[in-house]
Design a binder for this molecule. Structure first.
Ligand code: HGY
Ligand code: MN
Ligand code: MN
Ligand code: MN
Length: 413
């Protein structure tokens, strides 16, 4: 008889956390270090303490809750995800994996099972990069990619740094350098997550087993021209940063469609214009570039092509420009043995599955620097995510959480 999660408790927990939301009725907004985030953290930490887990939070608020194993010297088995969201985001991105991991550990405790390896529930801070523009910032601090100076450099649009925000939230970011997770401390890290695209949904397959996670590079492209009268200024006398931006954005889309990998994606998601008045040629234009590919080499080539286009078009239009680096994560091939373990769990439970890549980035790609990482996907209804319409089915969430439970037991027994 295979152990099963309590899906109603999972759905209740997800509903409870979704109450902590800055934009009720307009999707879910819960930025790291916000009031809503602190409420969600408090709820989760209480849940962990009720089940006797030993809870610690590091200098940027990453939560780790440990169920001691029979051999405390053995490396622990970790599972979790994030609880922060994009602006007007969805209900399940991050939450399914966080609550799924908590539930797996609760179910193991309730069934009186003693694992050899300790089990650790983990919640990563600032996975979305909604505050500072750099995704996976919490897990990057956990593995030592980000030190104190990096946390001071990461700033939100109001100029407040991740360092200051963590401090104001009551954490001690100066400690991060002494808390870096080292090789050997964690035997494996599993993350359950919604697919956030249409593959599983279109094939009617309830479980995806991730083989590779796309790499990502994020930039802010800043253009400065000469503001002037929209009517009186002949086209030949303009230094128009918006016209320059339009050429670069069109090039970004055209180039992304023809790279050799066929898996390049590029998005201009945010734009800022000053003075932003219809009858004034703008002075300043800023827009973001989010470029991704499962092939690091092709991603690098794509970004340098865009950089060259920026130089050429800026010269042609007589505007100055800059391409500010916001953050990146390398494309990662996940551990083959962990992929096989997840496959065997799906087979043992007679759950249809497929191997696949992830276009979204995940904390698992950062944790794979110090441990074997594995990811389980469940379908996203209509392939939508990062929007209020994001949805996943109750039965798929249950299957994904049971897969996680069974796989964690295999790893920790
Ligand atoms: O952007 C991403 O891929 C993730 O949702 N942070
Ligand atoms: Mn996510
Ligand atoms: Mn996300
Ligand atoms: Mn993730």
């Amino acid at each position: 008889m295979m152990l099963e999660v309590n899906i109603d408790r999972i759905m209740n927990n997800i509903e409870t956390i979704c109450e902590f939301n800055a934009t009720p009725g307009q999707g879910y907004t819960r930025f790291s270090y916000s009031k809503e985030d602190m409420q969600a953290r408090e709820f989760l930490i209480n849940e962990c303490q009720e089940f006797g887990l030993k809870v610690t939070t590091d200098g940027v608020g990453n939560i780790r809750a440990k169920l001691e194993g029979l051999d405390p010297q053995a490396p622990s088995v970790m599972s979790g995800s994030h609880i922060d969201t994009v602006y007007h985001g969805g209900k399940y991105d991050g939450l399914v994996g966080a609550i799924g991991a908590l539930e797996a550990i609760r179910t193991i405790i309730e069934n009186g099972i003693k694992t050899l390896n300790s089990l650790e529930f983990v919640v990563f801070s600032e996975e979305e990069g909604s505050n500072f523009g750099s995704t996976l910032a919490g897990s990057k601090a956990m593995v030592g990619y980000y030190g104190v100076d990096d946390l001071k450099k990461l700033k939100n649009p109001l100029g407040i740094s991740m360092y200051d925000m963590a401090k104001r939230a009551g954490y001690d970011p100066d400690k991060v350098t002494h808390q870096v997770l080292k090789h050997g401390e964690v035997k494996a890290m599993l993350e359950l997550h919604i697919e956030q695209s249409i593959v599983l949904e279109s094939k009617n397959i309830p479980i995806g087993i991730v083989e590779a996670i796309a790499g990502m590079q994020a930039f802010e492209i800043v253009l400065k021209g000469v503001a002037n009268h929209a009517g009186a200024t002949p086209m030949s006398l303009r230094n128009d940063p918006m016209a320059t931006a339009a050429k670069i954005m069109a090039h970004i889309e055209d180039l992304a469609k023809i790279t050799p990998s066929g898996s390049t994606v590029a998005t201009v998601g945010r734009i800022f214009c000053e003075p932003n008045i219809s009858n004034v040629i703008p002075e300043n234009v800023l827009f973001t570039l989010d470029a991704r590919d499962v092939d690091n080499r092709i991603l690098n080539q794509f970004v340098s092509d865009v950089r060259q286009k920026l130089i050429d078009e800026s010269a042609l239009h007589g505007v100055s420009s800059n391409m500010h680096f916001l953050g990146s994560s390398d494309a990662i091939i996940l551990d083959k043995l962990t992929v096989e373990l997840l496959e065997n769990e799906a087979k043992a439970r007679n759950i249809p599955f497929m191997r696949m890549n992830s276009g979204a980035v995940h904390d698992s790609s950062i944790l794979s620097a110090v441990t074997k990482a594995g990811m389980i996907f469940i379908p996203s209804v209509n392939g939508r995510s990062h929007v209020p319409e994001e949805d996943s089915r109750y039965e798929d969430i249950e299957l994904g959480c049971n897969m996680l439970l069974g796989s964690l037991l295999k790893l920790a027994m």
